[in-house]
Design a protein around this ligand. Sequence first.
Ligand SMILES: [Zn+2]
Length: 130
Amino acid sequence: MENFTCTICATDLTTESIQIEKMNEIDVAFIICHECENRFNLMFDNKKTKNIKNKIKKIKEIENYLQLVLYREMLIVEDDYYKQAYDDLPQEEKDLIGGYQSNVDKQKIKEYNKIIKEKRFNFKDLLELL
Ligand SMILES: [Zn+2]
């Protein structure tokens, strides 16, 4: 949420002054104008909306996880491409170059592996989203 302007007195209100009030099973996020004391209700939540919000959050985490898996695989494919290009060279050129030198950032792959391992999602995580 961004900054909010009081529609009564045009005072700029910051989201820092948002308060939450519980009414029965409903959470109401509201803001009170410090100038004219008008109250503005901004958002209403119940168990259902909170549940959906949590699912959306989870989906974003899964997307982020897949993004990392993709970046890692792209580095591996890149290395594969250059390795094959090297293998296709005539023998004299290979002798000149010496062995194949990988340019892939191994440290980066290690970092990806670590995060991917920590985050690992499973089928159950997906089922819970439905
Ligand atoms: Zn106001």
